[in-house]
Design a binder for this molecule. Structure first.
Ligand code: PSV
Ligand code: MN
Length: 402
């Protein structure tokens, strides 16, 4: 990607999509920020299939933060680190510990990073009958206390965002009382929310399956929306790309939530068969989603949503996969930003449905928008090709020996 090629590409794009759209796309790519979760760098993956972890994976929080700081130095896409309470702030995997969170915040600061979204962990030891829907009062209480602690950490040490994902659900019809489960979930959420500081935004994530295979207590955005509404104005919906039935029109969910002025968050990843948690790919779905996010003005500014990469891959080299995700997000964002909505609207008025579709596809599928992303990186002062810079940097060799 030499400078001449970038310049020529920008000129061509301006000619086709309009000067303003191209400048807008460069600016929005420049300002897009996304949180990196600590767990994306860790030993996840493999499972019962060979127990493989790629060379150089991070073995402790210090190493995870080193890797996130390195990724930030190459991309400039944000200094916020998302954490999971029982993975990052706990001695025993059962209770959260405020003092450990203070230490992790300090470790972040030493590396020029900050604590981002705090995620209470509802799915480790003792959650086999659920967390907030557990029939055991003491189990529910333990998780409520962890949620309240999460709210305190989010406000005092983090960026005031709390992300809640519950593994609650069931494997077989008849196993649990679906209505009672929903009510327990709602009551425990209300109990927690009352003690979460006002400044904190509590985002409720939904997932249609896993670990529940027959039911999950919060299966879809509608249920998240209902629960968020019953909590109050500081609660919202958390969308994870991997958590829907196949073929779900996720951009329409986004459009609806923006129309309803709901505060939301987004977990990016790519899925094929299930919740695969693969690195993000710059496919058209991603561009269509970004189109709604750009149009809805929630990428930057006052109504900005909370963005995170939720990736936990098996085979892939961690840093390589995260840099690929960031690149894919920026490419998708650039595609979305150059769509000529005014022209599409004119076509709509004349009921030119195929032409409208073709014009949309010209931006979101056919255009080569890499020069926009490259230009944004030049203006930001980060490498034009972060993957290449990483491969040439010697960082990977270094971490394989740590
Ligand atoms: C659950 O599948 C999820 O998407 C939630 O966001 C969790 O916090 C995360 O993955 C890590 O397990
Ligand atoms: Mn998620």
């Amino acid at each position: 990607m030499d400078r001449k090629w970038i310049k020529r590409g920008i000129e061509n794009l301006k000619e086709e999509f309009g000067k303003e759209n191209v400048s807008k796309a460069i600016d929005i790519v420049k300002s897009f920020e996304v949180e990196i979760p600590s767990w994306a760098l860790g030993p996840f993956g493999g499972g019962r299939f060979g127990n493989y972890t790629p060379p150089g994976y991070a073995k402790n929080i210090e190493q995870k933060l080193d890797d996130i700081a390195f990724i930030h130095s190459l991309t400039g896409t944000g200094i916020y680190v998302a954490t999971h309470i029982l993975w990052d702030f706990s001695k025993d995997g059962m209770e959260g510990d405020y003092d450990i969170a203070v230490k992790v915040k300090k470790l972040c600061e030493e590396r020029g990073l900050k604590l981002g979204t705090v995620n209470p962990t509802y799915f480790l030891t003792g959650s086999e009958k659920g967390s907030f829907i557990s029939p055991s009062e003491s189990t529910r209480r333990r998780y409520i206390e962890q949620t309240i602690l999460g709210g305190k950490i989010a406000k005092e040490l983090g960026n005031s965002i709390l992300g809640l994902w519950f593994p609650d659900g069931s494997l077989y019809p008849g196993q649990i009382d679906l209505k009672a489960a929903y009510i327990r979930m709602k009551e425990a959420l209300i109990d927690s929310y009352k003690k979460i500081p006002e400044e904190v935004t509590t985002l409720i994530e939904y997932k249609v399956f896993e670990p529940g295979t027959y039911s999950t207590t919060i299966p879809d955005w509608g249920t998240s929306y209902l629960l968020a509404k019953s909590l109050g104005k500081n609660a919202g919906v958390l969308i994870d790309l991997g958590h829907h039935h196949h073929g779900t029109n996720i951009e329409q969910i986004v459009a609806t939530l923006i129309a309803e002025k709901m505060m939301c968050g987004f977990h990016f990843n790519t899925r094929y068969a299930a919740d695969d948690d693969h690195a993000v790919e710059p496919n058209q779905e991603m561009a269509r989603i970004f189109y709604e996010l750009v149009k809805g003005d929630v990428i930057t500014g006052k109504h900005k949503w909370a963005y995170m990469i939720d990736q936990a891959s098996g085979r892939e080299n961690r840093i390589h996969a995260l840099l690929h995700s960031i690149d894919s997000l920026q490419l998708s964002l650039a595609k979305a930003a150059i769509v000529n909505t005014e022209k599409i609207e004119k076509l709509r008025e004349n009921d030119e449905i195929i032409f409208a579709n073709r014009l949309f596809n010209d931006a979101t599928i056919n255009a080569d928008i890499r020069p926009i992303v490259a230009q944004a990186r030049i203006e930001k002062g980060v490498p034009v090709d972060p993957v290449k810079t990483y491969l040439e940097s010697g960082y990977q060799e270094k971490i394989e020996n740590r």
